[in-house]
Design a protein. Structure first.
Length: 251
């Protein structure tokens, strides 16, 4: 029996999006996971970037129980979360030309690394420039975005391009423009965003693929365990020691 409450409708919408991602993005997920595995196997480093609420999915990959220890957060001050006051500053910084280049030029990224760039709209200057500049440095780029924005909105980057135009692999989250799944006659604006749920799940599917690909090649995936299970801290300490030169969130 269908649940027609707003809660039920939202959960159904999220489940539907996850099913679409599973069925329609399988090839891209496999390619992205394999790219991460290739990077790890070749001695490269992994980074994730997102601004505003897109940063939530990036942070979910870093220092994560069950996740790859080598995933580092590439942070742009002022854009990582709504803790900055005013919160609107983060949105404004996303539109600043040149900021991504300044961040990359002072970051540890180098040729042979892989960077995951997350931007729902993919239209702002910061993520577009981040992807383009990273590729110019020899970094492989996985973009996670809603491709629909490229046909239904205009770019805010001086080049007129979108994030999807500067990636080695593009993962389409299928989120509708506006990121709101529900409407009611009694509510003026659409509501109930699903992008965080879908983007995080999409990226965890990529991480799972990477771990499995490494294992298939006879390489122990550098995974972290929960610090809340017996032996977790000891396990993680060994991983940190083994990959100290590729983990930057402990420095």
């Amino acid at each position: 029996m269908s649940d027609r409450t707003p809660a039920g409708q939202f959960l159904d919408a999220a489940i539907g999006l996850l099913q679409r991602v599973r069925d329609e993005e399988a090839e891209q997920i496999a390619a992205a996971g394999t790219l991460l595995a290739d990077t790890v196997a070749a001695g490269g480093r992994l980074f994730a970037f997102g601004a505003g609420h897109s940063s939530l999915a990036a942070q979910d990959l870093v220092y994560r129980a069950g996740g790859l220890a080598l995933m580092n957060l590439l942070a742009v001050p002022g854009t990582v979360g709504v803790d900055v006051v005013p919160a609107t500053l983060g949105s404004a910084l996303e539109r600043v030309d040149g900021l991504a280049s300044a961040v990359l030029d002072t970051s540890p990224l180098r040729s042979g690394d892989t960077l995951v760039v997350i931007s729902l709209s993919g239209r702002n200057a910061l993520p577009v420039e981040m992807a383009a500049r990273a590729r110019a440095l020899g970094v492989r780029v996985v973009g996670v975005t809603s491709v629909a924005y490229a046909t239904e909105t205009t770019s805010r980057n001086a080049s007129g391009t979108f994030l999807k135009d500067h990636c080695d692999i593009v993962l389409d989250s299928k989120i509708a423009v506006g990121d709101a799944e529900l409407t009611l006659d009694t509510v003026a604006a659409p509501f109930a965003p699903a992008s965080t749920v879908v983007t995080s799940a999409l990226l965890q599917a990529v991480m799972a693929t990477a771990a499995a690909v490494l294992a298939d090649r006879g390489i122990e995936p550098p995974l972290l365990r929960s610090g809340n299970v017996d032996g977790g801290h000891e396990w993680n300490a060994q991983v940190f020691d083994l990959y100290a030169d590729r983990i930057f969130y402990r420095h």
